[in-house]
Design a protein around this ligand. Structure first.
Ligand code: CO8
Length: 372
């Protein structure tokens, strides 16, 4: 018997923001800022805020729009961040709600019920609190017996979570695992930063991992192997955390939100990811040319083109390396799983594909899958 991914679920928020809407809001905010600070800017004490452009965003990143969990507030130039209502301790939390929606879809796709699951991993770039774990809240809401925990690995949270799940099923620690990625990134986006205001969107994905002996799914994939690697870098960073209260820093400071050195990330991560995929495939005796599908991390279209070109010696077609970031933007760890969710059921038995994430940490995670 083998370990399989037997179902995947994708929950998409109801609201979206186009590049044009986002840029109109940012530019109105920047113009207001520049007018209000005209004297300080003229005297060289402050820098004027530069304007953003929808055509730059699409060309530099491939992103055309993004979904958001809450639209209210994000485009309001007197607020520039989404507005979420506070929920009481007795209500389901925002992130658990997203997670439950994706988990139910994954269970349905795998032909499973909560009784078939005994381990829940909520794995994403941020959790809205430290405890009780979002995973335990989800476990309780779904009526799952067993255990759950949260884990954070930024953009590679989904692949690293899947590796934990695969290992748990292999070891007999769990019979069925739900790995859920409720990415509520909009809360950490700096909508006042031209260089990053366009990058992220919200979404939730979930996958069911189990033993092939119990699998009842038409679209299951054997996990041939998984490989994770990390290498420390400050080029993508957020300093928000529980110590913010006691260091007396501004909790809204720009360094507390997502920020990056995008050019450096691009240059450093592309070769790392390409080498990682190649060496992972080679360790399984698989040639790059045998890959039917690349479910790549969705941060930047040019990154994905470069990575696949480096390995294939030509551009990958959209069928080989599907793109979802045009519609979803970068959804942290969920990107490669969205691509997998939307583009897997046409593969034939024996077809091989790779899920690969790359991002903050740096962190890279890959799983080689074979259609059953
Ligand atoms: N509009 C107009 N002009 C702009 C804009 C804009 N919005 N933004 C930048 N410019 C300007 C720049 O200022 C620059 O001007 P100049 O040449 O005068 O200095 C020029 O355009 C070119 O800028 P860049 O060199 O920055 O542009 P790039 O072509 O490199 O594109 C990208 C910028 C799109 C950011 C690109 O570098 C990129 O995508 N890099 C990879 C980044 C990446 O993959 N990051 C991963 C981060 S995600 C992650 O790891 C998960 C973190 C956890 C989740 C966080 C949730 C919030």
């Amino acid at each position: 018997s083998s370990v399989v991914i037997s179902g995947v679920g994708l929950w998409t928020p109801a609201h979206s923001i186009s590049n044009e809407e986002l840029v109109a809001s940012y530019n109105a905010w920047a113009e207001q800022y520049n007018a209000q600070n005209a004297i300080a800017i003229e005297q060289g004490e402050l820098e004027a805020k530069p304007l953003s452009s929808a055509s730059f965003i699409e060309k530099a990143s491939g992103i055309k729009s993004r979904y958001v969990y809450a639209k209210e507030g994000a485009l309001d130039i007197d607020r520039m961040r989404p507005m979420l209502p506070t929920r009481s301790d007795d209500e389901v939390s925002h992130q658990a709600e997203m997670a439950i929606a994706a988990a139910n879809k994954a269970l349905a796709a795998a032909n499973k019920t909560p009784a078939d699951i005994d381990m829940v991993i909520v794995s994403c770039a941020y959790t809205q609190r430290s405890y009780p774990a979002i995973a335990i809240e989800v476990q309780s809401a779904l009526g799952i017996e067993g255990f759950g925990f949260d884990m954070l690995v930024a953009c590679s949270a989904a692949t690293f979570g899947l590796q934990r799940a695969v290992d748990a099923v292999k070891a007999g620690t769990a019979k069925g695992v739900l790995v859920i990625n409720p990415e509520l990134t909009s809360a950490q986006v700096n909508y006042m930063d031209r260089d990053s205001h366009f990058i992220f969107g919200d979404v939730a994905t979930a996958t069911v991992v189990e033993c092939s002996d119990t699998c009842q799914s038409e679209h299951a994939f054997d996990v041939l192997s998984s490989k994770c690697v990390t290498a420390y870098s400050n080029n993508i960073r957020s300093n928000f955390g529980y110590l913010t209260r006691v260091t007396d820093e501004d909790p809204y400071g720009a360094d507390k939100l997502f920020h990056q050195n995008g050019r450096k990330v691009f240059k450093e991560v592309c070769p790392m990811a390409a080498d990682h995929i190649e060496s992972h495939l080679n360790s399984e005796g698989i040639q790059v040319s045998q890959l039917k599908r690349w479910w790549l991390h969705q941060a930047n279209i040019n990154m994905n083109l470069l990575i696949s070109k480096r390995l294939l010696g030509r551009d990958a077609s959209l069928e080989e390396a599907p793109v979802v970031l045009d519609e979803y933007a970068n959804t942290a760890s969920a990107g490669s799983i969205i691509a997998f969710a939307k583009y897997h059921d046409d593969l034939q038995p024996g077809d091989i594909g790779v899920i690969c994430s790359f991002g903050a940490g740096y962190s890279i995670g890959s799983l080689i899958l074979k259609k059953r």
